[in-house]
Design a protein around this ligand. Structure first.
Ligand code: MN
Length: 243
């Protein structure tokens, strides 16, 4: 099982959640929202073969944490994974749009200079601007669009640009999300919870509860449970090899 976008450090009991991920052999991309959170979050993965810690600077924090870009650059050589990064076009974040763009450009340039990274990317309300920027920074690595919520046309463009997708519970709930997932190339899809920021049964979703997305994906792809798991595992293997 794979949770390719969750925030281990944001759980109430991060060590306990990390330990359970390790014991269950779960593949986890543990993303951070600030560079300064990376060292402590990385520590949670000690002894866990399948947990990777990505260094990020969330667009919601671009304005207040842009001074951490130096720290970002310093840590970047230590990891192949970057995230959560991106842009957010929500109304309350509009005043910070310019800082968001500056931060994202800085990060993509740094990734390119470092030889490319696997990047977990946020694009809420900003799909086209994110794709515009990714198009200009192709050397930055492989973008994995987390929780894609754009249009079918934007999805086609993202596919053409070489983007991958991590699909979570919320996307599989509604018709719009399901239609988008159906249009994603199967060989570029991974699963994610975005826990603990996503809730199930009024509590934060746990990484190993990634199983809740399996029935939805099986229905869309028309595959057995075994085939689904095999496809996802193979996708992860290929992503790590191509990048
Ligand atoms: Mn997230």
């Amino acid at each position: 099982m794979i949770d390719f976008h969750c925030h281990l450090d944001l759980y109430e009991n991060p060590q306990e959640v990390a330990t359970q991920c390790r014991e269950r052999g779960l593949y986890v991309l543990s993303v951070t929202t600030t560079p300064s959170a990376w060292v402590g979050t990385k520590r949670l993965s000690e002894g866990a073969k399948h947990i990777r810690t990505a260094i990020g600077l969330h667009p919601e924090l671009a304005q207040t944490r842009s001074q951490e870009l130096d720290l970002f650059d310093e840590i970047l050589p230590k990891t192949r994974y970057v995230g959560e990064i991106g842009l957010d076009g929500s109304n309350d974040l509009r005043p910070h749009w310019r800082s968001q763009v500056e931060v994202l450009k800085h990060i993509l340039k740094a990734c390119a200079k470092a030889g490319g990274r696997i990047m977990s990317i946020h694009s809420r309300g900003a799909t086209t601007p994110v794709l515009d920027i990714l198009e200009k920074h192709k050397e930055a690595g492989v973008p994995v669009l987390h929780w894609f919520s754009g249009t079918a046309q934007e999805l086609r463009r993202a596919v053409e640009l070489g983007c991958w997708f991590s699909v979570g519970p919320a996307m599989l709930h509604g018709r719009k999300g399901q239609d988008l997932v159906a249009k994603m190339p199967q060989e570029r899809v991974l699963t994610e919870t975005d826990g603990p920021l996503v809730m199930v049964e009024k509590r934060p979703v746990l990484p190993w509860e990634i199983t809740i997305v399996e029935p939805g994906l099986q229905r869309i792809w028309g595959v057995s449970h075994g085939n689904l798991r095999e496809t996802l595992r193979e996708n992860l293997r290929r992503l790590v090899t191509i990048s």
